[in-house]
Design a protein around this ligand. Structure first.
Ligand SMILES: Nc1ncnc2c1ncn2[C@@H]1O[C@H](COP(=O)(O)OP(=O)(O)OP(=O)(O)O)[C@@H](O)[C@H]1O
Ligand SMILES: [Mg+2]
Length: 267
């Protein structure tokens, strides 16, 4: 049985169809990466898995439980096994960095204060944020907030982790650090994860399989090696990062003259 089972999931907002019959299965201990252009429904997909949105049709099951059919109490219990790293960090502004990371530990676990402190410090050290534990989120840069959000998501060592662009806005070295932590969690704790990213390098490093959402549909979900050579024109355009091709709904502006030409024009 898949740990996360997305079955014929469709979701629209008014006339705007965002997800259309999406099917995705994530097995225990597997790391799935989801790619897709901006606005293709990646965050909406995660919000359906968390039960923060309800499908129009189809369903999401986590460990065999259909999320939309759960009572509030049952949903709370399922969410306890999921760590979510939100796209916008979603830290509590009135709490310090330390308190933000400690929040879930204090709420869900019967840990002593010393154990909480040790785990918070361990998680903050992993993402290079230990020195900032007394600061408030307003005193942090965007990338620093993201790292704190990541530390908070992994603090509980949940069975399932959902990462919504955990590395966007981070420098390449910190991006690699986060990728390695995700891999370590998978290998050491057998954590099942879905990571949304725009960073192809980390996608290929951390994904056991890679999915691509395009115009509401999942057009591929396969091992990185197969994904790389998938001849689908949208996949190849996405991998090239090229403006020309079927990926964009509207055609791109014509290519500008090269710099050397424009210099000649001024001469
Ligand atoms: N609660 C909502 N109400 C109305 N429309 C929404 C809501 N949530 C998302 N949408 C719309 O659904 C579409 C997909 O949004 P989503 O946030 O999932 O995109 P995304 O793939 O995560 O993009 P990005 O890479 O920019 O984060 C967008 O057009 C967005 O405006
Ligand atoms: Mg998003």
């Amino acid at each position: 049985m898949a740990v996360i089972d997305v079955v014929n999931l469709s979701k629209a907002f008014g006339p705007k169809v965002v997800l259309s019959n999406v099917n995705l299965q994530v097995e225990e201990g597997e790391s799935l990466v989801v790619l897709g252009g901006s606005g293709t429904g990646k965050t909406v997909l995660l919000r359906n898995i968390m039960g923060l949105l309800t499908p129009d049709s189809g369903h999401v099951a986590v460990e065999g439980k259909i999320i939309a059919q759960l009572s509030r109490k049952e949903l709370f219990e399922v969410r306890q096994s999921i760590g979510m790293c939100f796209q916008m960090a979603a830290l509590f502004d009135s709490m310090t960095v330390f308190e933000n990371v400690a929040f879930g530990l204090r709420r869900h676990h019967k840990m002593t204060e010393a154990e909480v402190r040790a785990r918070v410090e361990e998680c903050l050290s992993m993402v290079g944020m230990k020195e900032t534990e007394k600061l408030k989120p307003a005193e942090l840069s965007g990338g620093m907030k993201r790292r704190v959000g990541f530390a908070r998501a992994i603090a509980l060592k949940p069975k399932i982790l959902l990462f919504d662009e955990p590395t966007t806005g981070l420098d390449p070295v910190m991006t690699d650090v986060i990728g390695r932590i995700i891999l370590d969690l998978k290998h050491e704790l057998g954590i099942t994860s879905i990571t949304i990213t725009h960073d192809l390098k980390s996608a290929f490093e951390i994904g056991d399989r890679i999915a691509l959402l395009f115009r509401g549909e999942c057009i591929a979900c396969e091992a990185p090696a197969a994904f790389k050579v998938n001849p689908h024109p949208v996949i190849q355009q996405f991998l090239r990062g090229d403006a020309d091709g079927p990926f964009l709904q509207d055609p791109p502006p014509p290519k500008r003259k090269s710099m050397s030409n424009s210099k000649e024009a001024h001469a």
